[in-house]
Design a protein around this ligand. Structure first.
Ligand code: ADP
Length: 355
């Protein structure tokens, strides 16, 4: 990628000049900065592909500059190659890489090694960009498909309903049966599109993290599930729940999906569900245990992938719920998992940052 733009940051003018000349000869477009502040200004404005970053700068240290670049979503995909003549020990390199750098070279750097390292960083960046574009396209595709299909489906449902209301019993028995197939097929499709839309919203949504009460969140989730709870006669027990930092709408999805599954995948007996919470360092660990059908340990990971279901059409579902929960929890910096014993019950757990 010879047209790539490189920002060469160094306060030692002769060294910076020599490096700029080498890079220009190799076909790159090169800009220069002599301080950390100048570098950050340029990066925010111009978004160079690679930043060569001296660690010892007169104002802000190169480590801090790197942390700033990597923590800003708009600049986080800039490749940063740190270079130092004075901080040459292994632990300096470790600190540099821990600050988010993509590489760390120690002076004297052989020109051919510098150019090869830049080429390697650009290859990785190109692959990342391609992956990001393809993910964006897929997300957009899923969103458009579910959005665009909702309206025609509404038409199918309402006209089938109209035909059923007007002609039920006046056509032959086969026709009545066919109408009921259309209605139940359309209902399944509506659920599927609804879940797909929630998934794509959760993936694309801007998250607004703030302090929220999981007591209030749980109350909202239980109220949305009121009908299912009444139908099953479930007993729901709970620990006192703490406040967390997160997006309350999204966390409601998590509680609702997990409790809905605990009600859905039940055995003959009345479902008993326990909602637990305990502190774990900076995080709070929540759990939702049931006395349902349980899950074979070989599926513990697979059930969190989108569309994976262990049940057939006899139990309604789309295979999107747990994938959605995983997305949401990981976006909050937490983890989600399951422990279970077939024919005894399951315990889903997830962590969220404590308030
Ligand atoms: P859905 O419920 O729509 O099928 P999910 O992503 O919520 O999709 O769950 C994926 C699969 O994991 C389910 O099809 C089911 O087989 C299994 N599963 C989820 N929760 C439970 C549970 N509490 N008990 C037993 N199996 C479960």
């Amino acid at each position: 990628m010879p047209s790539a733009q490189i920002l060469n940051v160094d306060d030692y003018v002769p060294g910076r000049y020599a490096r700029t000349r080498l890079l220009k000869q190799a076909g790159y477009t090169v800009a220069e900065a002599g301080t950390g502040a100048e570098a950050l200004n340029f990066i925010n404005r111009e978004h160079p592909d690679v930043v060569l970053l001296d660690i010892n700068l007169p104002d802000i240290s190169g480590l801090e500059v790197c942390q700033k670049i990597k923590s800003e979503p708009a600049t986080s995909n800039t490749a940063v190659l740190q270079i130092s003549a004075s901080m040459t020990q292994s632990h300096h390199q470790v600190e540099g890489l821990n600050s988010g750098a993509d590489g760390y070279l120690v002076e004297p750097v052989d020109p051919s090694v510098l150019l090869a390292t830049i080429r390697a960083l650009l290859r990785a960046r190109q692959a990342e960009d391609a992956l990001r574009r393809s993910n964006d396209d897929l997300r957009h595709f899923a969103y458009m498909v579910s959005h665009e299909m909702t309206e025609p489906l509404r038409m199918i449902t309402s006209y089938t309903q109209l035909i059923a209301n007007r002609y039920q019993g006046r056509l032959d028995p086969d026709a009545d049966e066919f109408l009921s197939f259309i209605t139940s097929g359309a209902a399944r499709m509506k659920n599927f599109l609804g879940d797909l839309l929630s998934y794509s919203h959760a993936v694309n949504a801007e998250r607004r993290f703030h302090r929220c009460s999981t007591e209030v969140i749980l109350a909202a989730a239980l109220s949305n599930l009121e009908l299912q709870i009444k139908e099953t006669g479930a007993n729901i027990e709970r620990d006192p729940l703490p406040d967390v930092i997160g997006d309350d709408t999204q966390i409601t999805h998590v509680f609702q999906n997990l409790i809905s599954n605990a009600l859905k995948y039940r055995r003959e007996e009345v479902p008993t569900i326990h909602i637990g919470a305990k502190a774990e360092g900076d995080m709070c660990r929540f759990s939702i245990s049931d006395n349902g059908v349980g899950i074979d340990p070989k599926y513990f990971e697979q059930i969190f992938t989108i569309f994976k279901r262990l049940h057939g059409r006899d139990v309604p579902g789309t295979g999107i719920g747990l994938a959605l929960c995983k997305r949401i929890i990981e976006a909050h910096g937490g983890q989600i998992g399951v422990e279970s014993q077939p024919d005894v019950g399951s315990k889903f757990f997830f962590t969220l940052p404590k308030a």
